[in-house]
Ligand binder design. Structure first.
Ligand code: AMP
Length: 178
């Protein structure tokens, strides 16, 4: 689809590489220039919508914080509810938590216990797939609650980190691949 390819190229050009952020050795993929361009932001969301619009998505789960930016408009376009997954201590009502390993140490994410009902079809959204540890942990949370994960959508995948291997068995898609 040549039109779609052009969109991908335009989005790719707008992603800004920031070396050594937030720490030395990390090449940070800054998506804020894409958000800043009204037309490109819309096109990026539409590309993500296209892949899951026939999947009967009932809940879109966005991972704090850039997953919220893409997850909320996706939920609106898919006619689904939006569910935030947040860092420990941020959600006000009763939560379920998952703790997972990072390169150094560990992190905990939380979801409201009443946010997903058994059997609901869930689309998980984040801006970027790196090692896959974050998305894998959130999949565990969703499935413990009885949610059925019908897809995992990222704007960007860093293919060389092979995060996709941690998400084997899921319908994973990304718009931009590095
Ligand atoms: P991971 O669990 O390794 O897949 O990391 C995914 C999370 O870390 C996502 O929420 C990303 O926003 C963030 N992240 C990891 N690496 C980068 C990077 N190079 N540039 C921007 N965000 C990143």
């Amino acid at each position: 689809m040549p039109e779609s390819k052009t969109i991908v190229e335009r989005i790719e050009k707008m992603i800004r590489d920031v070396p050594d952020f937030p720490k030395k050795g990390i090449l940070f993929k800054d998506i804020t220039p894409v958000l800043n361009d009204a037309q490109l932001f819309k096109l990026a969301i539409e590309e993500m919508v296209m892949k899951y619009k026939t999947k009967g998505v009932q809940r879109v789960v966005g991972i704090e914080s850039r997953g919220f930016i893409f997850g909320a408009p996706l939920a609106l376009r898919l006619g689904a509810g939006f569910v935030p997954v947040r860092k420990k201590g941020k959600l006000p009502a009763k939560t379920r938590a998952v703790t997972y390993s990072l390169e150094y140490g560990e992190d905990t994410l939380e979801i409201h216990t009443d946010a997903i009902k058994k059997g609901e079809k869930v689309l998980l959204v984040d801006d970027l797939l790196a090692t896959g540890g974050t998305a894998q942990a959130v999949c565990k949370l969703i499935e413990e609650m009885g949610g059925e994960i019908v897809g995992i959508s990222f704007l960007i995948e860093l293919m060389f980190l092979k995060g996709i291997e941690k998400l084997a068995g899921y319908d994973v898609s990304s718009i931009i691949h590095y």
